[in-house]
Design a protein around this ligand. Structure first.
Ligand SMILES: *[C@@H]1O[C@H](CO)[C@@H](O)[C@H](O)[C@H]1NC(C)=O
Ligand SMILES: *[C@@H]1O[C@H](CO)[C@@H](O)[C@H](O)[C@H]1NC(C)=O
Length: 343
C-alpha cells in the first residue's frame, strides 16, 4: 500500500524503491516484520470479525461521502504497482461521519486466483469473500497527504467493501475493470474517464463494523480507522475473473512473468481491540438481513397503501376541478439531489 500511497502526489513512477515484499516465498508475509517492524505489531489488519462479538453502537453515524458522485476531475490514473490495481483519487472527495474530515487518496483491490473462491482480506465469521476493495482516506484536518498521515494513529480511514459474485455485471466496477488490460504489467499506468466513485459502494452506508487497525501491506503502519461495510457489493463472475486473471506482479521486461494473484494477507490477532457494529443485534431467530428485509417490506407496503389512497384522492379532486373548467399545469421538476446526472 505504501507504493500505492506514493502515487498520490502525482509521482509518476508506480514502482518506487523500497524493501521487496511479496505474499508468498522468502519475502512472504511471515517475513514482513523483518524489514517492516510495524507488521509485527499488536493492532494489525485484516481481522476475522466474529459478528456475534461485535459490540453494537447504534450511535455511530453513517459514513457520508461528499463529492464522490461527481468527482471534479476529467480522468483518474489507474496503475499496476506490482501488488494491486490502484486508482488515485482527488482529495476533493471527502468522507464525513468520522471523528474528523477525511480526504480520499486512492482505492485498490485484493483478490484470489481463477477458480478459487476466496480473495478478500477481512473475514466475517471465518468466511472469506471472493474479493475486497479498499478506499483509502487521510485526515485532512491534521495532515497534508496520506504519506504523512500514515505515520500517525487515526491518520488514515479506510472503507472496506466485500465483493461477492452475483448474476449481473456491476456497471460501476466496469469503469475500472475494463481498463485492466492497459496496466497488465507492474509499473504501467493509464488514464481512465472519471465516474461516480459513490456507485462502487454498497447502498447502506449506515451498516458497518468499525475498529482500529493497520495498513494490510508493508509498512503495516497502525494508523487506520477501519470501516468494513456489512453489505457486500455483487459483481459478475466474468468481472471477478477479469480481476483475478489480467495482471502480472512483474514488469513487462521481466523474463519470468508472475501473475498478480492471491494478494491478501492472513487474518491478524485481535488482541485487546474492540470491534464495534453500527447496528443493533437482530432479535433472536432473525439475522440482521432478515430484519432489514421485513422492515423494508412493511414500510413499502404502508407506502404503497398511502400512495394508492393519495393518488385516488388526487384523481377525484382533479376530475372535480376539470368539471369546474380549471386548468392544471403539471410540472415535474426533480429536486436537486446527489443521485442526478452531473452538471
Ligand atoms: C506530503 O506532505 C509532506 C509535508 O507537507 C511533504 O513533505 C511531502 O512531500 C508530501 N508528499 C507527497 C507524496 O506529496
Ligand atoms: C480507535 O482509537 C481511538 C484512539 O486513537 C479511540 O478514541 C477510538 O475509540 C478507537 N475506536 C475503536 C472502534 O476502538
Amino acid at each position: 500500500m505504501l507504493r500505492a500511497l506514493l502515487l498520490l502526489g502525482g509521482l509518476a513512477p508506480a514502482l518506487p524503491a523500497g524493501p521487496h515484499w511479496a505474499y508468498e516465498g522468502p519475502h512472504g508475509q511471515q517475513h514482513w516484520p523483518e524489514g517492516h517492524p510495524a507488521c509485527g505489531g499488536r493492532a494489525q489488519s485484516p481481522i476475522d470479525i466474529r459478528t456475534r462479538w461485535a459490540q453494537p453502537d447504534p450511535s455511530l453515524p453513517p459514513v457520508r461521502p461528499v463529492g464522490y458522485h461527481c468527482p471534479d476531475t476529467a480522468a483518474f490514473t489507474l496503475a499496476n504497482n506490482g501488488h494491486t490495481a490502484v486508482l488515485a483519487l482527488p482529495p476533493s472527495l471527502r468522507l464525513q461521519g468520522l471523528p474528523r474530515s477525511f480526504a480520499a487518496a486512492q482505492l485498490h483491490f485484493h483478490w484470489g486466483r481463477p477458480g478459487r473462491t476466496g480473495g478478500a482480506e477481512h473475514l466475517l465469521d471465518g468466511r472469506r469473500a471472493p474479493a475486497e476493495m479498499h478506499v483509502v482516506h487521510y485526515d485532512a484536518e491534521r495532515y497534508a497527504n496520506a504519506s504523512e498521515a500514515q505515520h500517525h494513529a487515526g491518520g488514515l480511514a479506510v472503507l472496506g467493501v466485500l465483493l461477492e459474485v452475483g448474476a449481473d455485471a456491476h456497471p460501476a466496477y466496469d469503469n475500472i475493470l475494463s481498463h485492466l488490460g492497459s496496466i497488465r504489467y507492474a509499473g504501467q499506468t493509464t488514464a481512465i474517464p472519471s465516474f461516480s466513485v459513490q456507485d462502487l459502494l454498497p447502498p447502506r452506508l449506515d451498516l458497518f463494523y468499525r475498529y482500529n487497525g493497520s495498513l494490510t501491506t508493508p509498512p503495516c503502519f497502525q494508523a487506520v480507522l477501519w470501516t468494513l461495510f456489512q453489505q457486500p457489493v455483487r459483481i459478475s463472475l466474468a468481472q471477478l475473473e477479469q480481476l483475478q486473471g489480467t495482471l502480472y506482479a512483474t514488469a513487462a521486461a521481466d523474463p519470468k512473468p508472475r501473475r498478480l494473484v492471491d494478494n491478501f494477507r492472513v487474518p491478524q490477532e485481535l488482541n485487546q481491540r474492540r470491534v464495534l457494529a453500527s447496528f443493533p443485534r437482530g432479535p433472536q431467530g432473525y439475522s440482521t438481513g432478515e430484519v432489514v428485509a421485513i422492515t423494508f417490506g412493511a414500510v413499502s407496503s404502508c407506502l404503497c397503501i398511502f400512495l394508492a389512497v393519495h393518488f385516488a384522492a388526487k384523481r377525484m379532486r382533479a376530475k372535480k376541478a376539470q368539471e369546474q373548467d380549471v386548468v392544471f399545469k403539471a410540472s415535474s421538476h426533480r429536486a436537486p439531489s446527489d443521485d442526478g446526472p452531473c452538471p
